[in-house]
Write a protein that binds this ligand. Structure first.
Ligand SMILES: [Zn+2]
Length: 463
C-alpha cells in the first residue's frame, strides 16, 4: 500500500518549472557557492556563510529566524503556509587543515594548515537554498498548498548543529525533510549512515620532577596510554560493523615533568545507536581500570551523540524518480581529465566521474555518520548523493576541496538543486504521497517519542 502510493506519485514524474529556473539562474548559485568556498568557516563560526545563504532566501521573500538551539549561525527560512511542510537542509561548515587550491590535482593549500571545504558543504548549502527558492517560485506560480522551510544547520562536522536545533523545537511539524550530500556517486541513499558518539577522556594525576622525585608523581599520561591500549584490545571484541578512532589532544607539557593532566577524544560508530551506547559504556570501564591501575582520576564528557539514519522508502522513491528523470550531472571531457588526474594522484583507479544514476537498491551510500540521523528520528527524511568528485575519492580530503570550486562541483550542485526542488514540488502537490511517507515514518518509529542525546545542561560547543 505504502509502496503503491509512492510509485503512483512517482510514475507521473514530469519536468518541473524548477529545472528551467535553476538552469537560468545557474551563474548566481555558482557565485554563492564560490563566495562560501573562499571564506571557509569552521563549526559554529560560519557567520559569513550563513549570512550569504540567508540573504539569498530573504531576497525571495523567505522569513528568516536566527539562533535556533543557542547557535548564532543557525537559521530557519520559511515561505508559504499550512500543510504539507517540506524541509530542506543547508550545511556550510568547513574542515580544519584541508585548504586546497581550486582545480589543482596536486596538494597545494591556499592557506597553509587553513580550513577548507573538504566535505563540499559550500555546494551542499547552496544547492539546498537554490532548491528552496526554485520550489517556492513554482509553489507561488501554481498556487500550490503548503510551506517550504529551509533549515540552516551549522556545525555538522562536529555532529551537533541539528541536535541542538531539534531540542529547541525547530523541526516540529515538518512532514518531510529532503537532505543531500556531495558524493562520488549519483544515488538516493538507503543504507543507514552509522550512529556515532564521541567522548572527551581526561585523566588527572599528580605532577613531580621526572628525575629527582618521580615516586611522588602519578602520571596522567600513563593512564591515558593504558586507556588507549585497553581501547585497542577492545577492537577485537566489537562487531565487524563498528568503528573506533581517536586523537590525543593533551599529552603533558614537558617530558621531564610527570604530567598531571592528559586528554584525548574517542569516537565510536556502529549501525545502531544502542551498540554505540554499549561501546561507550565499555570504554568507561576501561577508563576506570586505567585510573585504578595508575592511581589517577578519570573524567568522561560526551562531545556528541547521533543515531543512525532511518531511511523512508516512500520519500526516497519520489526523490529517486526525479533523479532518474533529471539524470546525472553532465560532465565534459575536461572534467573527466581533471578527475583522472586526481585519481592518479591518490592511487585510485582512473575511471573518471560517475555518469549515471544508480537504481534504488539496498546498500546505496557509505558509512560516514551525520547529524541528519537525529533529524530522521523526528521527521521522515530522504537523502540524495550527487557526484561532485571522482569515483573512489573520499570526502574530508583536499580532493573534495579542489572539486568544490570547480566545474565538477558546480555541475553536481546544479543537479542536486534540481532533484531537491522537483521532489519538494512533487510533495507540495500530492497529499496522498505525503500521507504515505508519514504513515511509513509512524510505522517505523512505532510512536516512540524522540529523546535527545544531549545532557539537559549541554550547550553548543565545537571541539
Ligand atoms: Zn559533510
Amino acid at each position: 500500500m505504502l509502496m503503491g502510493l509512492a510509485m503512483a506519485g512517482a510514475a507521473e514524474a514530469q519536468p518541473h518549472e524548477t529545472d528551467a529556473y535553476l538552469d537560468a539562474s545557474r551563474v548566481q548559485w555558482e557565485a554563492l557557492a564560490q563566495t562560501i568556498w573562499e571564506q571557509p568557516e569552521l563549526a559554529l563560526q560560519e557567520k559569513q556563510s550563513s549570512a550569504a545563504l540567508a540573504a539569498a532566501l530573504a531576497k525571495e521573500g523567505f522569513q528568516i529566524t536566527w539562533g535556533a538551539g543557542g547557535q548564532p549561525t543557525a537559521f530557519v527560512a520559511v515561505a508559504g503556509s499550512g500543510s504539507p511542510v517540506i524541509g530542506l537542509m543547508a550545511e556550510y561548515d568547513a574542515l580544519p587543515g584541508l585548504s586546497q587550491a581550486a582545480g589543482k590535482a596536486k596538494r597545494e593549500p591556499v592557506v597553509a594548515d587553513g580550513p577548507g571545504h573538504a566535505c563540499g558543504h559550500n555546494l551542499l548549502g547552496t544547492a539546498s537554498v537554490a532548491a528552496a527558492v526554485a520550489a517556492n517560485r513554482e509553489r507561488v506560480a501554481r498556487k500550490l498548498p503548503g510551506t517550504i522551510k529551509l533549515f540552516g544547520t551549522p556545525a555538522e562536522e562536529v555532529m551537533i548543529g541539528k541536535t541542538f536545533m531539534i531540542r529547541a523545537g525547530a523541526f516540529q511539524g515538518v512532514d518531510a525533510v529532503l537532505a543531500w550530500h556531495p558524493d562520488d556517486q549519483n544515488r538516493v541513499v538507503n543504507r543507514a549512515r552509522l550512529a556515532a558518539a564521541a567522548v572527551d577522556v581526561e585523566f588527572f594525576g599528580r605532577s613531580a620532577h621526572a628525575a629527582s622525585s618521580p615516586w611522588l608523581g602519578r602520571s596522567a599520561l600513563d593512564a591515558l596510554v593504558l586507556f588507549d591500549h585497553g581501547m585497542a584490545l577492545m577492537r577485537e571484541h566489537i562487531r565487524p560493523t563498528a568503528r573506533m578512532h581517536r586523537r590525543i589532544t593533551g599529552g603533558g607539557a614537558a617530558a621531564n615533568v610527570i604530567p598531571d593532566y592528559t586528554k584525548g577524544d574517542y569516537w565510536v560508530r556502529d549501525v545502531s545507536g544502542e551498540s554505540v551506547n554499549e561501546m561507550i559504556a565499555r570504554l568507561k570501564k576501561v577508563g576506570a581500570g586505567a585510573a585504578l591501575a595508575t592511581e589517577t582520576r578519570v573524567q568522561f564528557t560526551l562531545l556528541f551523540s547521533g543515531r543512525e539514519v532511518l531511511p523512508n522508502d516512500a520519500l526516497s522513491r519520489v526523490m529517486q524518480d526525479q533523479f532518474t528523470r533529471i539524470g546525472a550531472p553532465a560532465f565534459d571531457a575536461a572534467d573527466t581529465a581533471f578527475a583522472r588526474e586526481l585519481q592518479q594522484e591518490l592511487n585510485a583507479a582512473p575511471v573518471g566521474l560517475a555518469a549515471s544514476v544508480m537504481p534504488y537498491t539496498p546498500g546505496n551510500g557509505n558509512t560516514a555518520s551525520s547529524d541528519i540521523g537525529e533529524v530522521a528520528a523526528v521527521a521522515p527524511l530522504a537523502e540524495l548523493g550527487v557526484a561532485v568528485r571522482p569515483i573512489g575519492t573520499p570526502a574530508h580530503h583536499w580532493v573534495q576541496t579542489a572539486c568544490a570550486a570547480h566545474a565538477v562541483g558546480h555541475k553536481g550542485m546544479l543537479t542536486a538543486a534540481k532533484v531537491l526542488a522537483a521532489t519538494a514540488v512533487e510533495l507540495l502537490g500530492n497529499r496522498a504521497v505525503v500521507q504515505a511517507i508519514k504513515d511509513e515514518f509512524a510505522a517505523k518509529t512505532n510512536g516512540r517519542p524522540y529523546v535527545s542525546p544531549l545532557a539537559p545542561d549541554a550547550k553548543p560547543k565545537a571541539f
